[in-house]
Design a protein around this ligand. Structure first.
Ligand SMILES: Cc1cc2nc3c(=O)[nH]c(=O)nc-3n(C[C@H](O)[C@H](O)[C@H](O)COP(=O)(O)O)c2cc1C
Length: 199
């Protein structure tokens, strides 16, 4: 499914977004729009190079070992069925993987941090190390983890600039999370970011 085009100019200054950003752990049930999802995914891994392939966050060697998944609850994003969606930067689109609302399972896989399941959307950032270790050997894993941090901060600041709030979670059981999301075993989850309206 093609997403609406992201906005390329906003009303909130970068300094304001940095200054007010906090990890939020309490969310309203209010649904998000497809436009908001589009904007968040664009800020994470959208292609920002006119006619090229480079993305919103930097990547060692421009090898892009990262993927972003959207775990969407029932009635949580307008005109989207609940499910686990994969973001495709080329074409700015999403494709449905596992069907159904997986937020509770994601929260339980995250050492029972049940607050995560309140957020209408959980964004999951994963790394596929083989895409980068071919060039950088073991050091490529470090580069991928650093890249996850860049993506996470972009999501935080983009959420803030849209009047939304985000949390960030690194405490989860990798294999359990992979299983409940139904994603490839080679896509190692590094961060989960619940996003929504702060309650
Ligand atoms: C890599 C990483 C992992 C984190 N994991 C969790 C987590 O599992 N659960 C949680 O509630 N907060 C988690 N946090 C959020 C931190 O607790 C939070 O960033 C810190 O308290 C500073 O607060 P602030 O983000 O509001 O400035 C994590 C943050 C980072 C950067």
């Amino acid at each position: 499914m093609r997403l609406p085009a992201p906005e390329l100019d906003g009303g909130v200054s970068l300094e304001k977004a940095i200054g007010v950003r906090r990890t939020i752990r309490s969310f309203d049930a209010k649904a998000l729009s497809l436009q908001q999802l589009s904007q968040l995914l664009w800020s994470a891994q959208g292609i920002t190079e006119q006619g090229g392939f480079k993305r919103a966050a930097p990547s060692a060697g421009a090898l892009y070992p990262m993927d972003v998944y959207a775990v969407v609850g029932a009635g949580c994003i307008e005109s989207l069925d609940p499910g686990v969606y994969h973001y495709n930067p080329e074409g700015h689109s999403i494709s449905l993987g596992r069907e159904g609302d997986a937020r509770g399972d994601v929260a339980r896989a995250s050492l029972w941090q049940t607050w995560m399941a309140q957020a209408p959307l959980n964004l999951v950032i994963t790394a596929e190390y083989s895409r980068i270790t071919g060039k950088y050997d073991k050091r490529g894993m470090r580069y991928a983890m650093i890249e996850a941090g860049h993506i996470g901060q972009n999501i935080f600041l983009q959420a803030q600039a849209m009047g939304l709030a985000a949390g960030i979670v690194g405490a989860f059981e990798d294999n359990k999370l992979i299983r409940v999301m139904g994603i490839k075993e080679t896509h190692e989850p590094l961060l989960v970011m619940p996003v929504g309206y702060e309650r």
